[in-house]
Write a protein that binds this ligand. Structure first.
Ligand code: THU
Length: 132
């Protein structure tokens, strides 16, 4: 699937954002290796701490459906207008749990002309991995 097509699904997922505290709406579209796309949005909470980012919502929903292998994730975020929205550190670590850092792509953008495609390794170099 083309990057822009996946990103448009993130824009669509953003419509479901529950973000009354920050007003910052984020959507994510996670492309699984079998071609399925799982969407997610940020879900906030009045206690703030229990809030969940769009990217993790998508990952956890996908894993809960039996998906374990992923190609790419697209992200769209902003209050009214879209801005460049890069994944937070916690979401990068969740991606690292399941994805090959050199082959998993993170697509961040504001519109068709401004789409950035990064590898997970670029976003999270030298990440933690459990050694035995
Ligand atoms: N947020 C995401 O959902 N994804 C990101 O990549 C960055 C931040 C959410 C968390 C919170 O609900 C709101 O955006 C403002 O931080």
């Amino acid at each position: 699937m083309e990057a822009y097509e996946l990103w448009q699904k993130a824009v669509k997922a953003r419509e479901f954002s529950y973000s009354p505290y920050s007003g910052f709406k984020v959507g994510a579209a996670l492309l699984c290796k079998n071609g399925e796309v799982v969407q997610g949005c940020n879900v906030e909470n009045s206690a703030y701490g229990p809030s969940n980012c769009a990217e993790r919502t998508a990952f956890f929903a996908a894993v809960a459906k039996g998906q374990r292998e992923f190609e790419a994730i697209a992200i769209a975020g902003g209050k009214e207008e879209l801005v460049m929205c890069y994944p937070c550190g916690v979401c990068r670590q969740v991606m690292a749990e399941f994805c090959d850092p050199d082959n998993f792509h993170v697509i961040c953008g504001m519109n068709k002309e401004k789409l950035e495609i990064l590898t997970l390794r670029e976003l999270l170099p030298k990440s933690f991995e459990m050694q035995d």
